[in-house]
Write a protein that binds this ligand. Structure first.
Ligand code: AMP
Length: 196
């Protein structure tokens, strides 16, 4: 199978060509055509190294409107390192699109992140604690979010972020799609998938 067959926009295919990705990995083959559809709640069981970031990242940048200033996509992940890695990857996938990615995570100046969001973010990649902080300060608008990715959901629950995730998801439109990725599927993750 080729990336062309999966239904991605030409701008996204162009960035893949530059990256040197030749063929989709198994999770990408299964996830991408489905996630490109309009209504797409999804549970993906995938370890790091399988190409899972591109499995959600490519359809995400593909589906976001060009020039969107209010977030349409939200990626929630457990750590600052992963947050930076995902946002860097999304920027590469979106190189030929007008999609602005902003990373927000703890342990660093929140005011700079607030300014970046104010200047316009189409996709926010966040750790749960910092995102809660920004929501409480009314510094981030989530009413236009269409796609929420929970990456490494099992790790986030292990780290005690269940309440934050519940709170964040409760504040979003009913119409949002949730794409949940996890390396393991314990009952806690299964329950999140069932409730949302
Ligand atoms: P991940 O599972 O998202 O951590 O990705 C693991 C590594 O595989 C990353 O360095 C990606 O850039 C790379 N990768 C992802 N998809 C592909 C692909 N289709 N072809 C070649 N490399 C890929």
């Amino acid at each position: 199978m080729t990336f062309e067959e999966l239904g991605l926009k030409s701008e996204v295919l162009k960035s893949l060509k530059e990256l040197g990705f030749e063929a989709p990995t198994p999770i990408q083959q299964k996830a991408i055509p489905y996630l490109l559809g309009a209504n797409s709640d999804f549970v993906g069981l995938a370890q790091t190294g399988t190409g899972k970031t591109a499995a959600f990242g490519l359809p995400l940048v593909n589906n976001i409107e060009n020039h969107a200033k209010t977030p349409q996509g939200l990626v929630i992940c457990p750590t600052r390192e992963l947050c930076l890695q995902i946002s860097k990857d999304l920027e590469v996938y979106a190189k030929f699109l007008k999609v602005k990615v902003v990373a927000v995570y703890g342990g660093t100046d929140i005011r700079r992140q607030m300014t970046e969001i104010r200047q316009g973010a189409s996709i926010i990649v966040a750790t749960p604690g910092r995102l809660m902080d920004l929501i409480n300060r009314k510094a981030v608008q989530l009413h236009e979010v269409e796609y929420v990715v929970l990456d490494e959901a099992d790790e986030m629950l292990n780290m005690g972020f269940k309440e934050d995730i519940d709170h964040i998801l409760a504040g979003m439109p009913e119409t949002r799609n949730i794409w949940l990725f996890s390396a393991t599927m314990p009952s806690t993750v299964r329950r999140i998938a069932q409730s949302y």
